[in-house]
Design a protein around this ligand. Structure first.
Ligand SMILES: Nc1ncnc2c1ncn2[C@@H]1O[C@H](COP(=O)(O)OP(=O)(O)OP(=O)(O)O)[C@@H](O)[C@H]1O
Ligand SMILES: [Mg+2]
Length: 262
């Protein structure tokens, strides 16, 4: 008789979360639960609070009320080594990824291991990259096997984001948090990187929460879209249920100020 698997804790949870900057209410009594394995796009106009929400989840921004949970732990109350240990289980990706320009791709990919290495081993790896095979396999997964020795400064924007994805693969996180990871790329490259990011997350059953300014690249890749507006959830559901009229309403103020970025 098969035993029902134990329910794993949600990858991300907010309970009655509130955050204000001065008079501006950024998050207003928000609830959110992202189960393990789900790929979620977080969208909304500029300044609505997408980055702030991600910062709440990593403990970088304190909530005024309510609570946050990341992989079953509370990032708002953990400190020092315990918070760092939690964040090592999370992969991060940003718009202009924090790759080290002077270093070769292989070293940047292996930065994904640093949290698990001693300082000495990390320094040695700069001279003689350890786990090169690991880096090679990760670079192959993102279609850049032949650029292992390339200095980051010689790579295009799209290639750099792929190296950042290879670094995530080497880190092997349980959850990926990404803040506008493709904002600097043209729409075709942006779609390619998002497809790769969500694909890599899902094939290992990882969850991902990806903030995106533009609806166009949400496309068919995500299981779920959450849209933030005026501190509240404006939409929460499958991308196919998000109707064009709702989309126009989400971005209506921004349109008045020159329209969303294409
Ligand atoms: N530490 C802070 N102190 C005061 N105000 C802040 C702080 N951080 C963010 N804000 C303000 O909160 C609002 C939300 O900012 P946030 O960066 O979260 O928006 P966003 O949705 O990520 O926007 P974008 O799409 O432009 O990246 C903005 O008006 C911003 O100026
Ligand atoms: Mg932002």
């Amino acid at each position: 008789m098969s035993k029902r698997p134990e329910a794993s804790p949600a990858a991300v949870r907010l309970r009655a979360a509130s955050l204000a900057f001065g008079q501006r209410q950024i998050l207003q009594d928000l609830d959110l639960e992202i189960p393990s394995g789900q790929a979620v796009a977080l969208i909304g106009p500029s300044g609505v609070g997408k980055t702030s929400l991600l910062r709440v989840l990593t403990g970088a921004q304190a909530l005024q009320a309510g609570s946050a949970e990341l992989l079953g732990e509370n990032p708002q109350t953990l400190k020092g080594a315990k918070l760092r240990a939690l964040l090592l289980r999370v992969g991060h990706l940003y718009q202009n990824d924090a790759l080290v320009p002077g270093l070769r791709a292989v070293h940047n990919v292996l930065v994904g291991r640093l949290g698990r290495w001693s300082l000495l081993r990390s320094i040695i790896s700069l001279i003689w990259p350890r786990d090169v095979e690991l880096a090679r396999a990760a670079m192959a997964r993102v279609g850049l096997e032949d650029r292992l020795a390339a200095p980051i400064s010689n790579l295009s924007g799209g290639e750099r984001q792929r190296v950042a994805l290879a670094r995530l693969l080497v880190q092997n996180p349980e959850l990926i948090l990404a803040d506008e990871p493709v904002a600097a790329l043209d729409p075709r490259l942006a779609r390619e990187v998002i497809e790769l990011l969500v694909g890599l997350a899902k094939e290992e059953g990882r969850s991902c929460l990806v903030s995106l300014h533009d609806w166009e690249i949400v496309g068919p890749y995500f299981d779920r879209v959450i849209a933030l507006k005026d501190g509240r959830w404006f939409f929460d559901g499958p991308p196919g249920d998000f109707l064009p009229e709702a989309l126009a309403e989400l971005y209506v103020d921004e349109k008045a100020n020159g329209g969303p970025r294409a």
